[in-house]
Design a protein around this ligand. Structure first.
Ligand code: GDP
Length: 457
């Protein structure tokens, strides 16, 4: 007999996949989704907005002998679909997490790279439990595919050449994790995944090790959710904006991950906006139509309500100034002013120290803005103004007001220059830097400053 009081309060854990570009985040998500679909058991997977829900039965089918579903109270796992910078930069553990658990993907031949370090910094800062996927084991010289075997057994069955090479690479990663302050080991030697980081060797291409990864994720989630996540599944919905998107027929909409409570059609909500919180009423809650109906004109289906954890598109008036990474709160049983204050307080936690003189920073989400601000603080580059959103004429005007020449610059992370700002930029004495990698962006700016200083000497 299961303990339903416990089961009812455990919601699906939200899992984000992070790591350096090309280390295999997309391939891993595709592999997990693909094998979940082909597992095709009772409650096959459900595609949400920005996330994929894989129920416990399907996971246990995928993990074969490694998982006994009766050991778990969790309904399944919800994987955030957009790997890399999006899940990375909206990952915030304060005031409600977007992701409860993370998978850090590291190419086993390539080891730690700059975005691995960036991801580790965020995981450390937010205290998010994670597991390392040491990916691409199939590219290790001498490796023979042992498809279907648990990876530990597979490893033991490898040729000496493959094994020693792979072990060397795996221990390099374990060493790098230790340098970063985490004690880690190969997952089958780890007793407590909350104290030690489990490293799972795998291949996102052959699928070897993926069952092992799911097993570790389930174990880690179960512990974490039991201890940290006794939530009110029937309470007022809370979520985080993943993306602000224009949708034909609906105007500006927000793709949202609901991590607590329930959101109903018609609910009044408060959403973090660019100047002030936005107070509005939900016109439609939208989820993708089932695959067989997707060829029809309408991509989305209206739903009456969604409960945590789930991805959903919210259509409501005035969402065009909503910010990716900002909180969404349903107003229920309490004054709207209280909810507005709560949203403001959460936004105020995003610390960006600005100075009298400095550069202008723009980023695609609140999380990435915060990451940029931290990186700039370390590089000792002062910030005059920092905001979420594309680069607008106003930003160029602000950058021009900087005192020092080297500060007349805009650093844009994952954002575009708006068309109406192009001529403005041409005519202004402002230098624009954009990139999708934080360290690259800052390095480019530093090089520019050095060259400028050298030219002045
Ligand atoms: P992302 O940038 O982290 O999302 O990386 P991708 O998933 O796009 O993978 C980058 C490249 O590595 C692609 O060409 C993939 O096919 C390849 N790749 C990813 N995982 C594996 C793996 O396990 N084995 C092999 N051989 N190639 C892989």
């Amino acid at each position: 007999m299961t303990d339903h009081t416990t089961t009812d309060t455990l919601r699906t854990p939200i899992v984000a996949v992070l790591g350096h570009v090309d280390h295999g985040k997309t391939s891993l998500l595709d592999k997990i989704r693909g094998s979940a679909v082909s597992e095709g058991e009772a409650g096959a997977i459900t595609q949400h907005i920005g996330a994929t829900d894989i129920p416990l039965d399907t996971i246990s089918g995928m993990a074969g002998e490694l998982i006994d579903p009766t050991d778990f109270d969790l309904p399944g796992l919800l994987f955030i679909d957009t790997p890399g910078h999006h899940s990375f930069s909206t990952l915030r553990a304060r005031g409600g997490a977007l992701a409860d658990i993370a998978v850090l993907v590291v190419d086993v031949n390539d080891g730690f790279q700059p975005q691995t370090e960036e991801a580790i910094d965020i995981l450390r800062r937010t205290g998010t439990p994670f597991v390392v996927a040491a990916n691409k084991v199939d590219t290790t010289p001498g490796w023979n595919s042992q498809d279907g075997q648990p990876i530990q057994r597979s490893l033991e069955a490898q040729s000496e050449r493959a094994e020693s090479r792979l072990n060397e690479n795996l221990y390099e990663i374990i060493g790098q994790l230790s340098d970063a302050g985490f004690s880690a080991d190969l997952y089958w030697r780890v007793q407590d995944f909350q104290k030690n980081i489990g490293v799972v060797p795998l291949s996102a291409v052959t699928g070897e090790g993926v069952p092992d990864l799911l097993t570790v994720l389930m174990g880690l989630s179960q512990r974490f959710m039991k201890e940290e996540m006794a939530i009110d599944v029937f309470g007022a919905g809370e979520g985080t904006v993943l993306e602000v998107k224009d949708e034909r027929g609906f105007g500006a909409t927000i793709d949202t991950v609901v991590y607590d409570g329930v959101v109903h059609n018609g609910d009044q909500i408060v959403v973090g906006g660019q100047e002030e919180p936005i107070v509005t009423e939900i016109r439609a809650l939208l989820q993708p139509r089932p695959l067989e109906e997707i060829r029809t004109e309408k991509k989305f289906e209206k739903v009456g309500e969604v409960g945590a954890a789930a991805g959903v598109k919210i259509a409501a008036p005035d969402l065009d100034r909503a910010m990716a990474g900002a909180p969404v709160r349903v107003v229920r049983d309490r004054p709207v002013e209280d909810v507005i204050e709560e949203v403001k307080a959460e936004l105020a936690e995003i610390e960006v120290d600005t100075a009298e003189d400095g550069v202008v920073v723009k980023a695609d989400t609140l999380g990435s803005l915060e990451a940029m601000a931290n990186a700039l603080r370390e590089a000792e580059v002062p910030i005059l103004r920092a905001e979420v959103g594309d680069i607008a004429p106003r930003d160029i005007a602000v950058a021009e007001t900087a005192n020092q020449d080297e500060h007349k610059a805009i650093l844009g992370f994952n954002v575009d220059l708006l068309a109406n700002a192009e001529t403005e930029l041409e005519n202004a004495d402002v230098k624009l830097f954009t990139d999708e990698v934080i360290y690259q962006l800052i390095e480019d700016y530093e090089t520019y400053v050095e060259e400028k200083q050298r030219a002045q000497q």
